[in-house]
Design a protein around this ligand. Structure first.
Ligand code: WTA
Length: 657
């Protein structure tokens, strides 16, 4: 790797689409934290030592570790013997350093109400809520479920758990009551924190009502703490349900942070895998916080004194955990946090927010970018976006067209773009440019970060130096998942069995002849809809759960805006009529069972499904049908005629917008 990772010519316009190179602009480079290769060089020499230096530089420890990394494949421990408190690192130390008045969050509600929350405010509220949790019997090692909209109480609740050494399990507000109940039961949480509702696209969307349905089936929950956000009517169960505004102001703001083991469970976050049952991904404290602080600082070239950083994700997903809550707060950053959707009240809400808060760093998803493209350049053009200096992308492969649009119309041609590849399981960014050091190419996440070892391998697990294959990670990393809650075997089986000695990410990837990584999307039974992971099998079991459905096969088909759209092939039990009405009913059913993100875009009724002789549904074939491609070899089909029939039906199937 040279100084700029790769060289490029000066006239970017002359490159063909795949081959455009964008070196860091000179003025960006001059002010950036990393303009050369020294971090890569240091990590190459001794990756454990490199991470130990980051842990020592970026965090405050109460007790030193005796072992940097204990690796008993596939189980890792980092900074063994070390003690720290995550909430102290995110709050107390900044206040103690004289930054109590610094803004932690410029929060903006969808209706336009705002709150300015300083580090001192946040510490005060976190201590109070930690005391509330203690009073409710929450102790170190317990689990607390959180089901909240994007309001300040969400990071407060998370940090209060961290302060006590209780693990939080945040469930995205868009998930259904059933999904919430499953997650609570798997975690055996004692307390649920929720709200009456939240604001979304101009409406007050209820949460407490769904929480009530869930809690009817969750014997472990002793109390439900409810934040009043929308003011809508809710039913409070005497003795079980308590209002946040009754408890928190009355609680003491004294709650000393106790040192926790580096490997103390910090949180569970459930994610879809290749089976119907979501997996509780486990993240612990010291290694996780080290890597999220490191990546947040260097990938976003954070200058905490001057930057206003905005990650436009929802905290219900890992992106929000790592890059709205833990990374920015550990680094003492000033962030924007926004409750609602980008199209309320107008399609320029994001640009309006950027202009008003003078946002300097924006981190969002390709689906959002493609949506903005559809809405047209007149929306960003109405606003002054000159404060922006860096753009980020996450959650799905970004196509070069969207990358270029983002670069030109949002970044004004001057902002580097960091396309960051990572997963719920990796906890933090793994493959990404360093914006002052790396020459980017539109659509490529470029290279593994310093301290990270990735390799693309072929079917047999042999490394591919140039060309396509499967993305694997070959060494432990500090923020790696420590397992699947309650199921160590599933952890080994899911991530460490496909290729000997390697973590398999589930993603396809191509390495070009300059060594750049081009992520190609999932190669397993996981779909990526608007950057949200949805399991095909989970949707299939929700469909089969409907009384009229005999069998279902679900595939993700390419979609211009959402990356993939869910297409369901359904066979009905005898005596039932296929039709539009039932199609709608099935979509609703999936939405109720899992949540709106999992609702199929298209339902295709068919009399049979294409299967191999061993009875396995041929998903690839169905994906081809769904995407309107020509079919491949059908000789392994039990009944080739089925495919013709499916294809005919697919052409006629109604699609939901
Ligand atoms: C995909 C989100 C291409 C990938 C942080 C991965 C990406 C899955 C990128 C994880 C990217 C995420 N380029 N694909 N920059 N970032 N992905 O767990 O398929 O919600 O496996 O974590 O999103 O999704 P998850």
């Amino acid at each position: 790797m040279t100084d700029e990772v790769t060289r490029s010519g000066d006239a970017i316009e002359t490159y063909s689409l795949e081959d455009r190179h964008f070196p860091p602009p000179d003025d960006f480079k001059e002010r950036s934290l990393v303009a050369g290769t020294f971090l890569y060089d240091e990590a190459d020499r001794d990756f454990e030592g490199f991470w130990a230096r980051q842990a020592a530089d970026l965090l405050d420890w109460r007790e030193d570790w005796h072992t940097i990394c204990e690796w008993d494949r596939p189980f890792a421990k980092w900074f063994v013997g070390g003690k720290l408190n995550v909430s102290e690192n995110c709050l107390d130390r900044h206040v103690a350093n004289g930054d109590g008045d610094k803004v932690a969050y410029h929060w903006e509600g969808e209706p336009g109400d705002t709150r300015t929350i300083t580090y001192a405010d946040l510490l005060d509220e976190v201590c109070r809520f930690a005391n509330v949790l203690k009073d409710l019997g929450v102790e170190r090692g317990d689990r607390v479920n959180i089901y909240l909209p994007m309001i300040p109480e969400l990071p407060v609740a998370m940090l209060a758990c961290a302060r006590l050494g209780a693990a939080h399990s945040v469930v995205f507000g868009g998930f259904s009551a059933d999904s919430l109940a499953d997650r609570i039961n798997d975690a055996e949480a004692k307390v649920l924190v929720t709200a009456d509702g939240g604001h979304r696209r101009g409406a007050a969307v209820g949460l407490k009502a769904a929480a009530d349905v869930a809690v009817a089936d969750t014997p472990s929950i002793e109390h439900v703490v409810v934040v009043r956000r929308t003011g809508q009517d809710v039913h409070m169960v005497e003795g079980r349900d308590l209002w946040w505004h009754d408890l928190v102001p009355a609680a003491s703001s004294e709650c000393p942070a106790e040192p926790m083991d580096a490997e103390q469970l910090l949180y569970l976050l459930y994610t879809s895998g290749t089976t119907a049952r979501p997996k509780g991904i486990m993240h612990t404290s010291g290694g996780y916080l080290t890597q999220v602080a490191f990546t947040h600082r260097y990938v976003f070239d954070l200058h905490p004194e001057t930057d206003v950083y905005w990650c436009a994700a929802d905290i219900g997903w890992v992106t929000g955990h790592s890059y709205i809550v833990y990374g920015p707060l550990a680094n003492g950053a000033t962030s924007v946090m926004y409750e609602g959707t980008p199209d309320h009240p107008g399609k320029d809400r994001f640009w309006d927010i950027i202009e008003r808060y003078r946002v300097t760093i924006l981190y969002t998803a390709p689906t959002a970018i493609r949506t903005f493209m559809k809405w047209g350049t007149q929306e960003p053009e109405r606003h002054d976006l000159s404060s922006l200096r860096l753009l980020g992308s996450v959650g799905e492969p970004i196509n070069p067209e969207a990358w270029m649009w983002y670069h030109e119309h949002i970044g004004g041609g001057r902002c580097p773009i960091v396309d960051t590849w990572w997963q719920t399981e990796t906890g933090a960014i793994m493959i990404s440019p360093l914006p002052g050091a790396t020459t980017t190419k539109p659509g490529s996440a470029t290279f593994p970060l310093p301290g990270i070892a990735a390799e693309v391998v072929d079917d047999a697990g042999k490394p591919v130096s140039s060309g396509g294959g499967y993305l694997t990670l070959t060494r432990p990393w500090p923020a790696m998942l420590r397992g699947i809650y309650g199921d160590p075997e599933r952890y080994t089986e899911t991530y460490w069995s496909r290729f000997e000695g390697r973590y398999f990410a589930g993603d396809g990837c191509r390495v070009d002849d300059e060594g750049y990584y081009w992520l190609l999307g999932r190669v397993d039974d996981v779909m990526n809809v608007s950057g949200h992971r949805v399991s095909t099998i989970e949707v299939e079991s929700a469909l089969v759960d409907h009384t009229k459905v005999a069998e279902a096969a679900v595939v993700g088909a390419k979609d211009e805006t959402t990356g993939q759209g869910i297409v369901a092939f359904v066979t009905l039990k005898a005596g039932n009529e296929a039709g539009d009405e039932l199609g709608q009913e099935l979509r609703r059913h999936v939405s109720t069972k899992i949540g709106p993100t999992a609702r199929p875009k298209t339902v295709i009724f068919t009399d049979d499904l294409p299967k191999t002789r061993s009875g396995k549904i041929m998903r690839r074939l169905l994906r081809d049908v769904a995407e309107g491609r020509d079919l491949g070899d059908t000789t392994t089909l039990a009944d080739p005629a089925v495919v013709e029939e499916i294809r005919r039906r697919a052409t006629a199937a109604p699609t939901e917008d």
